[in-house]
Design a binder for this molecule. Structure first.
Ligand SMILES: [Zn+2]
Length: 994
């Protein structure tokens, strides 16, 4: 570093009271004056140089560290600098450091933003000049004013654009093994507060930097445990089986479902501060990828935002290139399509979300990091590519990403007014769109069959920032009839972008690059809730009242009599009700029936006896309706015996079961949780009535064989690993269930137990020929990546369909498994209900920007609902970092087509298994490929014609219920949760209606 130049910026401060807010006016940085060189921290600077493994991976921005008398440096506080080989820092220590920073200087403010799922703190550190930190609330109010053109006039906005400051929120530590972000964010705030170069002063005076160094705090502590375990013992590190309480790498795919506390905390903080830019730090690509993406970009992201992605990324690439740092690039990674990513919390609110992928921190030195030609070629988006080989180490990672961050922050500081003006403009455009283009509103009928789920959707959307009103009185807006009490989402609000994004249909053109994740996500389809877009502007003039608190569907018991009948609506709280009153005897009706003047569907709970007052209170709380009648109805019914549920996780992958577990926890389904290795112990039927084994991934054999290894692999709490062992622990996690465990599962079913599988675990019994007539197909040419598909009810009498209304259901499906029953699917009749339906705005217009879609979306029009819902889907499979492109899937026209895939045909189901009965298909794909896709992507759908989505097989007196769909996908598929809950509730009466 050359002589550090310090400048004093004449900050004139005065206060102007605009009509809406009082703003502190600080003149932005002017041409900096030079001042005497700042004193350097020689020891720190020396260490930076020493730990930098290649001088080319450094810049003038980070090759030195100024000294401070007042503010503790990382070296002083932690005893080492970020980038020290062989060391990682616990989140709790980073948090302690931030606390110390905040105490040492008025340029910081520090606070917590909530607890994680395991109860640890999530934190935030604000960095800016003293005056800004002192008046943070004023700046917060300024951004709030620029968010809402309904409250702020153009003149006020123009004044604010001159005086407000953008907030740039940097987050890291989402992915627990990606350690460079958190380490870099130890150093960055110190530098921002201490250094007196014009660039740093410019940032400090014009931008408010918010920093959350670790998002997944629970996983970070576990990761650091395992690293030091390996380092101190010389033994292999235990695998990071768990990150947070529920999910691992998927923790950044929760922006729509918001099941995880970390997402909820980010969301709430975002709504409070309204950051202009939300930037998440990751690790994967070489050496630094700044996000833009190959597209197709999400249709509802404002075009201005896309320009902002590019402006920022191009600046980073150019400035790093100017400094001769190789390997900084953009474009050729990730797409920008699905809004389930955490940083889309910014996009749904008209701000900018982005991320980096940085060459791994380690923290161990890689003597010779080699890269192939595909990563080192010079491309238009990678003008100064990575080198074929280089010596890499953690300080390289710190240098490159801290430099890029400073460049980005400086760019935003320099273009402060542009970013603020863009933000204001995007909010205005969103609002104007709602006033001038259909849909002008979305109506969620409050009295729809799944009324508790409708209320839950309203509450979920409100928590994400959407304003929702209720109609005071019935009205008609064009063809849409709205009842008093219906929920109305007006489109004339700035965050209508979110509603548009969530409610629209996706039509992912197959010609696009492979999608990184889900291609369809339409919320009302996934949740099986009716949401009606309104095409008439008159809706905006109707009387309605803004909802100010969580809503609840009406519920409780009406009528008089000793018999209480609870309607089964497939509202998920129905399962909550059952387990909350586990001591009360209940029966399930096996047919539709009438009692006390009410019509009930099959599955209704019949309760004779029980404390009416207690049941009533629960039903009211859960938004469920029941009727008391004089006598038990004459309908055939079976007892709802409360099962003992065993819940199996694999020790090789808990990523996917975590979403299922989260849904069980959310709705109060109790279970005993244990690892696959315990299945070997046998005697399962004595302990459990139901065993749930969610998707693991891989083949039947790999899922049975579990984790491999020559030496025992412990995963448990210990002195060296105090953060492990929260969910489960074992001395040796190798070996899976093994063949013995598989036979024990088989025995469990044979003796009357129910085994529930989903996704990849559904191939185990067919592949091992343990069930009859179910085969696994691997069709060539099929491409369906995280899409919403039509499910056709094949057996409405099965208890698994209790509570569902109609002949079809939107389901989430992603590529596999393809389950054929009875020798290869075969068309089972049409079953396309309704057809047509109201026009869904956007359908047909939705085409990926870089390729026209030729695929046909099939409209969703469930019976009895005038409006429309839309479908979407999600992707599965292990994903590479943020974009996490899954295992590439061959598809027509792709160069990978046909590579290494099993050639057609099926496996399993070959022979007859003694004691196993004929499979019962409960839900299946339509017979016609054109009827299948509701939202997302589908190529080669013929291969799915008539294939099973849900199969119920029998062995002995028990059942195996196999889901090819993913009924509990990422807390987004509330509409199919009850398929699983029904199987559990009716575990010993699944033959009903057969
Ligand atoms: Zn990542």
């Amino acid at each position: 570093m050359k002589a550090a130049i310090s400048s004093r910026i004449g900050t004139r401060i005065f206060v102007a009271c605009a009509l809406v807010v009082c703003v502190a006016l600080v003149t932005p940085a002017q041409a900096p004056k030079t001042s005497p060189a700042q004193k350097m921290d020689e020891a720190y600077t020396k260490l930076i140089k020493e730990y930098t493994q290649d001088p080319r991976i450094s810049t003038d921005l980070v090759d030195h560290m100024p000294a401070s008398d007042k503010i503790p440096s990382p070296l002083k506080f932690l005893g080492r600098i970020p980038g020290t080989p062989g060391e990682l820092t616990y989140a709790k220590d980073i948090q302690r450091y931030y606390e110390a920073l905040a105490k040492s200087s008025p340029r910081f403010k520090y606070w917590t933003i909530g607890k994680t799922d395991e109860g640890r703190d999530m934190v935030l550190l604000a960095v800016a000049d003293e005056q800004t930190i002192k008046t943070l609330d004023t700046y917060k109010a300024n951004l709030a004013a620029l968010t809402d053109p309904r409250k702020t006039t153009e003149a006020q906005a123009q004044l604010l654009i001159k005086t407000a400051k953008p907030i740039y929120w940097i987050t890291a530590g989402m992915h627990s093994g990606e350690t460079g972000g958190p380490e870099t964010l130890i150093e960055l705030p110190y530098r921002l507060a201490v250094e007196e170069t014009p660039l740093i002063q410019n940032i400090r005076n014009n931008v408010i930097v918010l920093i959350t160094p670790v998002l997944e705090v629970d996983g970070k502590e576990k990761h650091v445990d395992t690293y030091y375990y390996g380092k101190k013992t010389g033994k292999p590190r235990p695998p990071l089986v768990y990150w947070g309480r529920y999910v691992a790498h998927d923790d950044n795919r929760d922006a729509m479902g918001q099941m995880l506390k970390l997402t909820q905390n980010v969301n709430r903080t975002f709504l409070e501060w309204k950051p202009t830019i939300l930037h998440d730090l990751h690790e994967a690509s070489n050496y630094l990828y700044a996000s833009t993406g190959q597209g197709p970009y999400n249709e509802q992201v404002d075009a201005i935002t896309i320009n902002e992605w590019w402006a920022l990324a191009n600046t980073e690439v150019m400035e790093m290139t100017k400094r001769n740092v190789p390997g900084v690039w953009t474009y050729g990674f990730y797409d920008g399509w699905t809004p389930n990513y955490m940083f889309f919390i910014a996009h749904t609110k008209n701000a900018v979300g982005r991320f980096y992928e940085v060459q791994s921190y380690g923290p161990d030195i890689v003597e010779n990091l080699r890269m192939g030609a595909n990563a080192t070629s010079r491309e238009w988006y990678r003008p100064n590519p990575p080198l074929p080989q280089i010596k890499w180490g953690p300080r390289n990672n710190t240098n490159i990403q801290e430099s890029a961050l400073l460049i980005a922050l400086n760019y935003v500081a320099k273009n402060r007014e542009m970013f603020l003006e863009n933000y204001w403009l995007k909010n205005k455009r969103a609002l104007d769109k709602g006033r001038t283009q259909a849909p002008y509103a979305w109506v969620i009928p409050s009295a729809q069959r799944r009324k508790a789920e409708a209320a839950d959707l309203v509450n979920a959307l409100r928590r994400q920032g959407l304003e929702i009103s209720r109609a005071n009185a019935a009205f008609k807006a064009g063809s849409t009839s709205v009842a008093a009490g219906d929920y109305v989402i007006r489109a004339d609000q700035p965050y209508r972008t979110m509603a548009d994004m969530y409610f629209s249909l996706q039509n992912y053109a197959p010609a696009n690059p492979n999608p990184y994740d889900d291609t369809g996500w339409t919320m009302q389809l996934m949740r099986n809730v009716s949401v009606v877009p309104v095409g008439e502007r008159a809706v905006l003039d109707q009387p309605m009242v803004l909802i100010a608190a969580d809503v609840k569907a009406p519920g409780g018991i009406e009528g008089a009599g000793p018999v209480i009948i609870v309607e089964h609506t497939s509202d998920n709280t129905v399962v909550t009700f059952r387990f909350k009153h586990a001591d009360v005897k209940m029966q399930a009706a096996e047919d539709d029936f009438e009692a006390g003047g009410h019509k009930f569907k099959a599955g209704a709970f019949i309760i004779l006896g029980g404390d009416r007052a207690k049941l009533d209170a629960t039903l009211k709380d859960l938004g469920l309706s029941a009727w008391a009648v004089a006598a038990a109805p004459s309908v055939k019914a079976h007892s709802l015996d409360v099962p003992r549920i065993g819940y199996v996780h694999s020790w090789s992958n808990t990523q996917n079961e975590g979403w299922v577990r989260g849904a069980f926890d959310a709705f109060g389904v109790p279970y005993t949780y244990f690892g696959d290795i315990k299945l070997r112990e046998g005697n399962l039927r004595a302990k459990y009535d139901v065993i749930v084994f969610p998707h693991v991934g891989g083949t039947a054999q790999s899922q049975v064989n579990g984790l491999a290894g020559a030496e025992p692999i412990p995963y448990k709490k210990s002195e060296l690993t105090p953060n492990l062992g929260v969910q489960d622990q074992a001395d040796d996690i190798r070996g899976g269930m093994g063949f013995d465990g598989l036979m024990n599962l088989y025995q469990f079913v044979k003796e009357g137990g129910l085994l529930i599988t989903e996704g990849a675990t559904s191939v185990i019994f067919p592949d091992y020929n343990l069930v009859n007539g179910v085969s696994i197909e691997s069709p060539q040419g099929l491409f369906v990546r995280g899409s919403i598909m039509r499910g056709v009810v094949a057996d409405a009498k099965s208890p698994i369909m209790y509570g569902y209304d109609g002949s079809q259901l939107p389901v989430y499906f992603s590529q596999s498994p393809v389950l054929a029953v009875g020798g290869g699917g075969g068309g089972m009749g049409g079953g396309r209900g309704g057809g047509g339906g109201a026009q869904i705005p956007g359908v047909g217009a939705i085409v990926a920007p870089n390729a026209a879609s030729t695929q046909k979306l099939s409209l969703w029009a469930p019976e009895g609902i005038a409006g429309v819902a839309s479908p979407r889907g999600g992707a599965s499979g292990p994903l590479a970092d943020i974009g996490g492109r899954g295992p590439s899937t061959p598809r027509p026209g792709s160069e990978q087509a046909g590579s290494g895939q099993a050639a057609g045909g099926g496996r399993g189901g070959g022979g007859f298994v003694a004691g196993a009965g004929a499979p019962r298909v409960i839900l299946r794909f339509p017979a016609n490929a054109d009827d299948m896709l509701l939202s997302g992507v589908l190529v080669g759908g013929e291969a799915l014609a008539g294939r099973a989505q849900v199969v119920d097989s029998t062995i002995g007196t028990g059942h195996v219920v196999m889901f090819a769909i993913r009924p509990f996908w990422r807390f987004q598929t509330q509409g199919t949760f009850f398929l699983g809950f029904n199987a559990i509730l009716n575990w010993n009466h699944l033959d009903a209606g057969k």
